[in-house]
Ligand binder design. Structure first.
Ligand code: PLP
Length: 219
């Protein structure tokens, strides 16, 4: 299958899973990491407008090279973001899926970062893993909401190696409910990757981050 066929197959599966779950179709963020800007251009020509990257060094160059003429597309930063890269990421990203700690929030506040953000949850049983633990979510969300340049839109989860996807999606859905008690508008859920996006849709994901299933193997 070529890129167009792989993309079409994923779109069909998203449509079918959304229908089966009686949910609106989520936003597809195509993860273009490890692929050249030409792939982003092809995806754009095929109608995609949301692109995900996880490393600033790679993403910033790609974002600079990608100039389709219309400003109708969005870069989503989805990986762990080091504080010293925030300034660079703000040059291109509109979304940050991985707001995972206090120190990053502080840096975003300092730079008056204009971003839509998801709070990245730690939904594993290991409290030392990256992300915000569910019991700390409300307090952290309140801090995020104090930064007026940021728009808190929801919660995000990355598949934990030691947790069944369904268990994890159940937990992220419950974290989303908790977040909505303090911010009813922050009702978005970033969850679901190549291997588990249909289950994520069933549990209410609004943003899927799908890479390899669409882009194929990296070059
Ligand atoms: C790479 C990546 C994805 C996409 O993973 P695939 O399995 O290739 O779909 C999603 N989320 C994050 C945070 C990633 O780093």
């Amino acid at each position: 299958m070529n890129l167009e066929q792989r993309l079409r197959a994923v779109r069909d599966r998203i449509a079918a899973a959304s229908k089966a779950a009686s949910r609106d179709q989520p936003t597809l963020v195509v993860v273009t990491k490890n692929h050249p800007v030409d792939l982003v251009r092809e995806l754009y020509d095929l109608g995609e407008r949301d692109f995900g990257e996880n490393r600033d060094q790679e993403a910033s160059l790609k974002a600079m090279d990608f100039t389709p003429g219309q400003n109708d597309y969005r870069w989503h930063f989805i990986g762990q973001l080091q504080s010293n890269k925030v300034k660079s990421v703000l040059n291109y990203a509109g979304f940050l899926h991985s707001l995972d700690r206090q120190s990053l929030l502080k840096e975003l506040a300092k730079r008056e970062a204009n971003l839509k953000v998801f709070i990245q949850m730690n939904l594993t049983d290991d409290p030392n893993r990256g992300g915000i633990n569910p019991e700390d979510l409300v307090a952290f969300a309140n801090q995020v909401m104090e930064v007026s340049s940021l728009e808190l839109i929801g919660v995000m989860a990355v598949g934990g190696l030691d947790v069944e996807p369904e268990r994890e999606f159940e937990r992220v859905a419950s974290a989303s409910q908790i977040l909505q008690t303090v911010n009813p508008e922050a009702n978005q859920i970033s969850a679901g990757m190549s291997g588990d996006f249909e289950q994520a849709i069933a549990y209410g994901a609004t943003h899927l981050r799908i890479g390899s299933l669409i882009t194929g193997n990296s070059h």
